[in-house]
Every structure is written in C-alpha cells, then in structure tokens.
Write a protein that binds this ligand. Structure first.
Ligand code: MD3
Ligand code: FE
Length: 216
C-alpha cells in the first residue's frame, strides 16, 4: 500500500536529488565526522545550548547555539544574525576547520563550489522537541545554498514548497546524512516533527543538526 511514508527509505543510493537544487548525501559526514564531535563539544562549552524565545513569546523546544562570524538568534525583538552571543556578550566561537571542510566539500559535491559559509547554527533536539514548518530567510543572499548535517538520533524531515500550504514530502535524516539546499529549494518550507525517543550509540538520546549558511 502506498502512503505518505513511502519516501522514508530503507535502502537509498548515496547521492539522492530530492528537489530542484537539493541533494541528499547519505552518510557523507561519516568520513569527516570523526573530528566533528570533539569540536561540537567545545562549542557547547564556550557557547552553551539555550532555548531561545520567538518574537511571539514562545520558548523553542529545540536548544541552539552557533559558531562562525555570525550566529542566528531569536528573541522578542525578532529573528536575525549577530556576531555576538547575547548570553555571554562574547563573539560566537570560530568555525572549526573540520566543520568548514565538511560543508564546503558537500556543497562542491552538489554543484556549489563557491560556497563559503560564515555561520553555523547548531540545533539540539531531545525527544519531544520539534521545529515547525518555516523558511530560512534571514540571510542576505539566497543564491547561496544551505548545507545541513544530521548527527545522533534519526528524525523525520518535512520538505514542502514555496507556500506554507504546499504539500510536504517526508524524508528520514540519520546520523551522518548531509543535505545541500540550493537553487529553487533554498526558500522551500521545511520542518522537523516531534523527535521520537531512542538512543544513538555515540550520542545517546539526542539529535544535533548543523546548518551552514552564508549569512552576511
Ligand atoms: C530546506 N533545521 O536550522 S535541516 C534550521 O533538522 C532547520 O534542525 C532543521 O530547518 C533541523 O533552519 C532542518 C534541513 C534544512 C535546513 C535548511 C533548509 C532544510 C532546508 C533551508 C531551505 C530549505
Ligand atoms: Fe530551517
């Protein structure tokens, strides 16, 4: 029987186009991923994960931090990028070379050899956390792609169209998966429904998502 979940794969090729300009690179972060986890730990120590507040006054269930020249933040005043962590007043930690190499390598694979990210937003999901359908629109130039890296617990990912009400397709994103979102897919609505309970052998009961952006 064919249903909405048919696109959650069990056996997919390594490189899967999932929309115009969007390429899923299954397991791409596993090769370079060794250096990723210690860096992730260091960033979390320098700029702790926090639950930010939306302009509407809701605390996000996803905890976030950033590294790079610019970090994405939200508070009652709005969504924006800032060079400084509002909690510490310090610059965001620099983007580690292992992060930069992974992001630029994936972008090159997907046909964006010029991609040079200056921001990396790091989302931390515990079971029950979710990210409602949204567009990423706070960056200056939408000609640049966004590269996303999933680590830890698997999640379902919702990928819609240019209007909030367009139908969504669902994909499973697992530890090590990388997606490059460029071209017309860059402004598509997307989200992550409530993370299910589980345990990842390396990371335990948590999912991290890194999104590399050219914000400035
Ligand atoms: C499609 N993060 O941080 S990653 C976000 O899993 C965000 O934490 C989700 O949406 C997460 O903004 C989804 C996949 C993703 C990221 C950015 C996109 C898909 C995208 C930008 C445009 C289109
Ligand atoms: Fe997003």
């Amino acid at each position: 029987m064919k249903d909405l979940f048919d696109e959650i794969d069990t056996h997919q090729p390594e490189r899967q186009p999932i929309g115009e300009g969007a390429v899923l690179l299954r397991g791409y972060a596993l090769q370079l991923g060794k250096d990723l986890l210690p860096s992730l730990h260091d960033i979390g120590a320098a700029a702790p994960f926090r639950h930010m507040v939306t302009p509407g006054g809701f605390e996000m269930s996803v905890a976030m931090t950033n590294c790079g020249q610019a970090g994405w933040i939200t508070d009652r005043a709005g969504y924006r990028y800032d060079s400084h962590d509002p909690v510490s007043g310090k610059l965001w930690p620099p983007m580690p070379d292992a992060f930069l190499d992974l992001a630029t390598g994936a972008a090159r694979e997907a046909g964006y050899p010029e991609f040079s990210p200056d921001a990396c937003l790091i989302n931390r999901y515990e079971p029950g956390a979710r990210l409602s359908l949204h567009q990423d629109k706070n960056e200056r130039d939408f000609a640049n792609p966004i590269v996303s890296v999933s680590l830890g617990l698997p999640a379902t990912f919702q990928f819609g169209g240019l209007k909030r009400t367009d139908p969504v397709r669902k994909f499973a994103l697992r530890h090590g998966d990388v997606v490059v979102w460029g071209g017309p897919s860059r402004l598509c609505y997307h989200g992550v429904p409530t993370l299910k309970h589980g345990s990842h052998p390396q990371l335990g009961s948590v999912r991290f998502n890194l999104t590399f952006r050219k914000a400035l």
